[in-house]
Design a protein around this ligand. Structure first.
Ligand code: ADP
Ligand code: MG
Length: 605
């Protein structure tokens, strides 16, 4: 079967499909729709994100429910508010010729009574997040005792997010003899358990390999020194002038920080994480969808709702804690038949994780070098040349042509071209001239491993609080574990002195520890953590501490923040930068590209 007509869908739905411009059913649709239309069985369907799962359950549900009845017959549970709204919108589009159809979205962060009113008006289908749904059931605002179809969409994500109990509780309010359809990108144990506990002899369909990432995505990794992570990120962005990407960080804090740094450095970036208000998140997502934001920096949880089809790159600024999460990250690109690249920036201590990920996604990574300064200059220059070549002429300029010609009357074409491009290119060239090579060889034992204090797999840190601040080794350990969200044994060899202390962690979390304390304030003062040369012996502190990059402490900014993110471009003064930052802000608003002291890309159109 290869057309929608062959699948057995009714006229109203076929008309909508025609309006939507869907030419042929995707694989999961081809497999699922006939089963769901013709059988009353339960279904487990595994397919990657972006394969059209919403329509795979949406069309059959729309066809099978009784639109003349006002009873709620279909319930779709989905992990996030974003997805919930997306599914609702898609269903409304699919059912636009089904007169009398009422699909209602139920999710947290919006008025519960308004949602209850919408349900009361008669919703044949409810699309809900588990938390809010449970709440409304408890308050008797919805009645799902007569539903015939329950869909668990993105089941793996819902379970990841800890919704098992909520789902169980919600399903206990539904009739035994309903059909349950479970859709998921991956099949971890938890999903198998749900299928076993809540479904009766389900038919299983799998599109592609289980847990496999889509064929449309290629995977690359870049090995760098941990402290060069941010510079590496900027280079990757600069080497891809038309990048439209999601950048994943591990914590909300890193997410916010990386986004702020990118914005400060002139990129069109935004942050998406759980500490933002719903309104802030909506604004960021809107700007991203409109491509006003080229680089969206996000946590895994916040990115779950992102369903934007033409993301060119996913960048793993840090690898996720659970390597399975990598599949979800890379699945944000390569959607709807397009190709995409998933890039990972790794430090030496994490490089072994690449092998584990390869086993999960059943694909090989390509090890690539961070582009050199000169390569980036070339890419940027050619990108600019193409842009100029494709620019439509603004004939308002005709008026001034005579004067401009007069000015350039002694300049030949080659010289003119060189001058013209130098306006932009010199900026890039000056920035990247003499920029260091960021690539690290896998066999290279750089300062990542030879750094004093980091003997073997441990890192020893200095921290500027001690007994005077009321800490003993136990309370300091508890404090560190709490703020860093670490496990029981993750902080060790805690040695508390009068006004300072030492502690160790596993080397693999050194980045996280240092990043966390870059400008951390506690009880009104900056808590400062640095890698120490004290190896856990009774510490001689003098001369022992040094910055991670070996630079003198005087380079630290007075506000306690590290200045290293600016260090790649040390040629321009802070004053110049500030001036140009002001300029970028206003030019960003007006949508024009900006000229500044450091390479900035003009916005995508
Ligand atoms: P999934 O739930 O598997 O991640 P979605 O259902 O969100 O995927 O679909 C991804 C995108 O593909 C949506 O924009 C949807 O409108 C579109 N789409 C779905 N089915 C088809 C089809 N048969 N042909 C073209 N586009 C489709
Ligand atoms: Mg989906």
């Amino acid at each position: 079967m290869s057309t929608f007509n062959d699948l057995g869908l009714n006229e109203d739905l076929l008309a909508a499909i025609n309006d939507l411009g869907f030419e042929k059913p995707s694989e999961v649709q081809q497999q699922a729709i006939p089963i769901l239309l013709n059988e009353e069985s339960d279904l487990v369907a595994l397919a990657q994100t972006g394969t059209g799962k919403t329509a795979a359950f949406g069309f059959p549900m729309l066809q099978k429910i009784d639109i003349d009845s006002r009873t709620t017959q279909g319930l779709i549970l989905s992990p996030t508010r974003e997805l919930c709204l997306q599914i609702t919108n898609e269903l409304k589009l699919y059912g636009k010729h089904c007169n009398g159809l009422n699909v209602v979205a139920i999710y947290g962060g919006a008025s519960i009574s308004e949602q209850a009113n919408q349900v009361k008006r008669g919703a044949q289908i409810i699309v809900a997040t588990p938390g809010r749904m449970k709440d409304m059931i408890n308050r008797k605002m919805v009645d799902i005792s007569k539903i015939e179809y329950a869909v668990l969409d993105e089941a793996d994500e819902m379970l990841n997010m800890g919704f098992y109990e909520d789902i169980t509780s919600i399903l206990s309010h539904t009739p035994q003899d309903k059909s349950t359809w479970l859709f998921s990108a991956t099949m971890p144990k938890e999903v198998a358990t749900i299928a076993k506990d809540f479904m009766y002899d389900p038919t299983e369909i799998t599109v592609g390999n289980r847990n496999e990432s889509t064929a449309q995505v290629s995977h690359e990794y870049y090995l760098v020194n941990a402290r060069d992570r941010y510079l590496a990120l900027k280079r990757l962005a600069d080497a891809n002038p038309d990048i439209f990407s999601v950048i994943f960080c591990r914590t909300k804090r890193d997410t916010q920080k990386v986004a702020e740094n990118l914005i400060e450095d002139g990129y069109s970036a935004g942050a998406l994480h759980g500490d933002l208000s719903q309104n802030q998140r909506d604004l960021v997502m809107k700007a991203f969808r409109n491509k006003q934001i080229q680089m969206l920096v996000a946590t895994d949880v916040a990115a779950r709702g992102i369903d934007v089809d033409d993301i060119t790159h996913v960048i793993n600024y840090q690898l996720p804690d659970e390597i399975e999460t990598y599949t979800h990250r890379s699945g944000r690109t390569g959607r709807a038949g397009k190709t995409g690249v998933s890039m990972v920036i790794v430090s030496k201590s994490e490089v072994r994780k690449i092998k584990s990920i390869e086993r999960i996604i059943k694909k090989q990574f390509e090890k690539k070098d961070i582009p050199s300064g000169i390569e980036i200059c070339e890419v940027q220059l050619m990108s600019l040349a193409k842009k100029v070549h494709n620019t439509e002429i603004n004939h308002e300029i005709d008026l001034f042509l005579a004067s401009i010609n007069e000015l350039f009357k002694d300049t030949d074409k080659d010289e003119l071209i060189k001058k013209f491009f130098s306006v932009e290119f010199s900026r890039f060239y000056n920035y990247y001239d003499k920029a260091k090579d960021l690539t690290v060889n896998e066999s290279y034992r750089g300062d990542d491993d030879s750094r004093p204090g980091g003997n073997g797999n441990e890192t020893r840190y200095f921290i500027n609080v001690g007994r005077k601040d009321g800490y003993d080794w136990m309370s300091l350990k508890d404090f560190l574990k709490a703020v860093l969200e670490l496990g029981r044994d993750d902080v060790f060899k805690v040695d508390v002195k009068d006004s300072f202390s030492f502690f160790n962690t596993d080397k693999s979390i050194e980045d996280k520890v240092l990043a966390f304390f870059t400008d951390f304030k506690h009880n009104g003062r900056f808590v400062n953590v640095e890698v120490s040369e004290d190896k856990g012996r009774r510490g001689k502190r003098s001369g022992g501490r040094r910055r991670r990059d070996g630079k003198p402490r005087s380079e630290r900014r007075s506000d306690g923040r590290r200045s290293e993110k600016r260090s790649e471009n040390s040629k321009t003064s802070r004053k110049e930068r500030r001036r140009s930052e002001g300029k970028t802000k206003s030019s960003r608003r007006s949508g024009k590209s900006s000229v500044s002291d450091r390479p900035r890309r003009s916005r995508r159109k």
